[in-house]
Design a protein around this ligand. Structure first.
Ligand SMILES: CC(=O)N[C@H]1[C@@H](OP(=O)(O)OP(=O)(O)OC[C@H]2O[C@@H](n3ccc(=O)[nH]c3=O)[C@H](O)[C@@H]2O)O[C@H](CO)[C@@H](O)[C@@H]1O
Ligand SMILES: C=C(OP(=O)(O)O)C(=O)O
Length: 436
C-alpha cells in the first residue's frame, strides 16, 4: 500500500499544467462505440486509472483500443458484444455510459448494476427512463440491467427530473442513431456535455443545444470514427487554484478555462484571492488572510460538487464562520471526519457543514474517502503543522495524474511512498538521531 506524506508550511510558486478532463474523456470513449466505420483518435487523454478501466470495458465489448502518448485510438467497427461486467462497473460507475451507445448500435445492452458509492446512492433511473421513451424494454435482475429494442430506437420527447450529467450523456449517445428526432429537456449544461456533443457531431451526428437546457438530436443512419482533443480538466485546474490560494502562493494554472470555472473564481475572489487571466490559464495569488463565505453546490453553472471538499479545505483557513451546503449528492461529507482528525473546527448539520475558522490544523494519518476528498486532505496537509499521511490513494489515481509530483514541482514538501519504505525512512532517521 502507498501513502502520500505532506509536511506543511511551504508556499507554492511556479506553473502547473492541467490534463485533459476525466469527466469528458470517459463519455467520449463510450461514444467511440457508435462508429461502425473508421477509427476514432482521442487526444489529450490523461493517464488515469479510470481511463484504463474504460479502455478495458471497450476491449471486452470487442473494440480494438490502443493507448499511447496521451492518445487513445479506438476501432469499434467489428461486431460488438453487449455486456459490461460488474468487475469494471464496480471500479468505475461511469462504465454505465456504454449502455446508450451499445443499445443504439446493437439493439441490446447488458450492464452490471452500478450500486451506491461513497458519495451517495446514485441511481440511474433517469438514464433508463430515456431509453424506455425511445422504445427500449428495460429489465433489472441478477445484478444486471438489460435493455433491448426491436429494430431501431425511436426519437422521443424526454424530460429529466434532474439535470443529471450521466443521463444527459447516455440518452444523447443513444439518440444519435435513433430513427427521428429526440428532444431532451432539463439536461445538464456542464462543459463536458458540450465536449461530448462536439465529438458526436464530428462523427456525423446531428446534436444541437449542448450547453443549454434543451438538446435536440436528429437521428442518423451511421456514425464514423473521428479525431478529437479532450477539453482541459476544470476540476484538476480548480484543485491547483486552491493549492495556490491555501498556501498564500502564486501559481499559474495553465489550461484553466475561466468560463468553465466562473463559480469557483467568484467564490475565491469573495474570499480575497487574486485571480488573473494570463495566457491560456489563470494566475492565482493567495492573500495573507482568507475571508469566510457560504457555498451551495448546484448543477453547472452552479458551484461544482466535485470542488466541494477542496473548497472545504480552503475555508478551514478562512477567518469567521462559513457554511457549505451539498445539494447534488446526499452523502458527500465523508471527508469531514478526516478533517476533524486534523483538528478542524467543523460540524455537519443535515445537508450543510459549518466551519469556524481559521482552524489550527495539525498533521495526522487520514484516509481518502473518494477522489476529491483525497485531493482535499493533501491540500489541508500543505498548511498543517507536522506530517500528514494520506492513505487509500486508489481514489486519487482515478482523477489526478502525478498529483504529488506536480505539487512538489511547485515547492511542496511531499512524497509518495510504499508503506515499507516509510518504515525504513523512519528507522533511518531514528538511527541518525541516536548517532547525533
Ligand atoms: C464521470 C462523471 O462525469 N462524473 C460526474 C457526473 O457524475 P454522474 O453523471 O453520476 O452525476 P449525475 O449528474 O447523474 O448525478 C447527480 C445527482 O442526480 C442523481 N441521479 C442521477 C441519475 C439518475 O438517473 N437518477 C438520479 O437520481 C444522482 O444520484 C445524484 O444525486 O456528474 C456529477 C455531478 O456533477 C459529478 O460529481 C461527477 O464527477
Ligand atoms: C464523483 C466523481 O467522479 P465519478 O462520477 O466518476 O465517481 C468526481 O470526479 O469527483
Amino acid at each position: 500500500m502507498e501513502k502520500i506524506i505532506v509536511r506543511g508550511g511551504q508556499r507554492l510558486y511556479g506553473t502547473v499544467k492541467v490534463e485533459g478532463a476525466k469527466n469528458a474523456v470517459l463519455p467520449v470513449l463510450a461514444a467511440t462505440l457508435l462508429a461502425s466505420d473508421g477509427k476514432s483518435v482521442i487526444r489529450d487523454v490523461p493517464t488515469l486509472s479510470d481511463v484504463y478501466t474504460i479502455n478495458e470495458v471497450l476491449r471486452n465489448l470487442n473494440a480494438e483500443v490502443a493507448f499511447d502518448n496521451n492518445t487513445v485510438v479506438v476501432d469499434a467497427s467489428r461486431v460488438l458484444k453487449e455486456e459490461a461486467p460488474f468487475e469494471y462497473v464496480r471500479k468505475m460507475r461511469a462504465s454505465v455510459l456504454v449502455m446508450g451507445s451499445l443499445l443504439a448500435r446493437n439493439g441490446r445492452a447488458r450492464v452490471a448494476l452500478p450500486g451506491g458509492c461513497a458519495i451517495g446512492s446514485r441511481p440511474i433511473d433517469q438514464h433508463l427512463k430515456g431509453f424506455e421513451a425511445m422504445g427500449a424494454k428495460v429489465k433489472v435482475g441478477n445484478g444486471f440491467i438489460e435493455a433491448e429494442v426491436d429494430g431501431r430506437l425511436k426519437g422521443a420527447k424526454i424530460y429529466l427530473d434532474f439535470p443529471s450529467v450521466g443521463a444527459t450523456e447516455n440518452i444523447m449517445m443513444a439518440a444519435t442513431l435513433a430513427k427521428g428526432t429526440t428532444v431532451i429537456e432539463n439536461v445538464a449544461k456542464e462543459p463536458e456535455i458540450v465536449d461530448l456533443a462536439n465529438f458526436l457531431n464530428k462523427m456525423g451526428a446531428n446534436v444541437r443545444g449542448a450547453g443549454t437546457g434543451t438538446l435536440r438530436i436528429e437521428g442518423v443512419d451511421v456514425l464514423f470514427g473521428a479525431d478529437h482533443n479532450i477539453i482541459p480538466d476544470r476540476i484538476e485546474a480548480g484543485t491547483f487554484m486552491v493549492a495556490s490560494a491555501i498556501t498564500g502562493g502564486n501559481v499559474l494554472v495553465q489550461g484553466a478555462v475561466p468560463e468553465h470555472l466562473s463559480s469557483l473564481i467568484a467564490k475565491m475572489e469573495e474570499m480575497g484571492v487574486t485571480i488573473i487571466e494570463e495566457g491560456d490559464g489563470v494566475r492565482v495569488i493567495g492573500p495573507e488572510k482568507l475571508k469566510a463565505v457560504d457555498i451551495k453546490t448546484m448543477p453547472h453553472p452552479g458551484f461544482p460538487t466535485d470542488m466541494q471538499s477542496q473548497m472545504m479545505a480552503l475555508l478551514l483557513r478562512a477567518e469567521g464562520t462559513s457554511m457549505i451546503t451539498e445539494t447534488v449528492f446526499e452523502n458527500r461529507f465523508m471527508h469531514v471526519e478526516e478533517f476533524r482528525r486534523m483538528n478542524a473546527d467543523i460540524k455537519i448539520e443535515g445537508r450543510s457543514v459549518i466551519l469556524n475558522g481559521p482552524s489550527n490544523l495539525q498533521g495526522a494519518e487520514v484516509s481518502a474517502t473518494d477522489l476529491r476528498a483525497a485531493a482535499a486532505l493533501i491540500l489541508t496537509g500543505l498548511v498543517s503543522e507536522g506530517n500528514t499521511r494520506v492513505t487509500e490513494l486508489k481514489h486519487l489515481d482515478r482523477g489526478y495524474v502525478d498529483f504529488h509530483g506536480k505539487l512538489a514541482s511547485l515547492g511542496a514538501d511531499i512524497e509518495r511512498v510504499k508503506e515499507a519504505e516509510e518504515v525504513f525512512t523512519e528507522v533511518n532517521s531514528y538511527i541518525s538521531d541516536l548517532n547525533a
